[in-house]
Design a protein around this ligand. Sequence first.
Ligand SMILES: Nc1ncnc2c1ncn2[C@@H]1O[C@H](COP(=O)(O)OP(=O)(O)O)[C@@H](O)[C@H]1O
Ligand SMILES: [Mg+2]
Length: 244
Amino acid sequence: MLEIDSLRLAYGKHTALDGVSMRVSPGECVVILGANGAGKSSLLKAVGGVLRPASGRILHEGTDLATVPPHAIVERGIALVPEGRGIFARMSVADNLALGGHPERARHGAEDRRAEVLALFPRLAERQRQLVGTMSGGEQQMVAIARALMSGPDLLLLDEPSLGLAPIVTKEVFAALARIRETGLTLVIVEQNVRASLALASRGYLLEAGRVVGSGSADELRDDPAVQRAFLGGTTEPLDTELT
Ligand SMILES: Nc1ncnc2c1ncn2[C@@H]1O[C@H](COP(=O)(O)OP(=O)(O)O)[C@@H](O)[C@H]1O
Ligand SMILES: [Mg+2]
């Protein structure tokens, strides 16, 4: 579904991605792990067309996304839930969802999709008139995910959905992601929460300073010393602790 080949991306003289290659097959849930500044957000933004690579290819079903404008990338069925959510705080839940349903591809069957999305997030169904800015962080994250789903994507990109959320709320967001995964949607998730994301994903990559330094199944990554180093440096907390 997605084949990233030798991707380079720079901010001026600063190289954020340096020859990143990865692939995602339909129906997979792939996690991208990496410490702060590793290049995770840059990678998702490049796929979403928000940032243009300096070189390399991002093939989506045979087309190089590097030349496709962002709105056309959404029309191809790729939706990005950005870091910090990017929702409209002064608008209601219903209006945020309506905006998500704006792409051409989403117009057909919009009512059914809205019902499906609200079934995934019952908490939002009860609060459609509420202004998003008055909701909790976890609820706002759910609005962001729900809005992205309203575009009817085949591939959903999520940038740190657990950022700033309490563990109990993180658990709820990940439970929703597990339900979304079960619908067969392809997911690429960027996370610092190793436990939660490796429990969700089947496979993943480890980024370090703009390069892929590890990859494998969720089990392999969990045991990878580089993953432990990137996330648990200096702590003695075992990686296999249940998320509570
Ligand atoms: N707008 C920007 N201008 C300059 N440098 C940036 C910008 N955004 C990110 N960077 C740098 O690029 C690198 C990768 O950033 P980012 O992709 O946000 O990493 P991550 O999401 O893994 O924390 C970091 O060194 C960061 O400081
Ligand atoms: Mg980031």
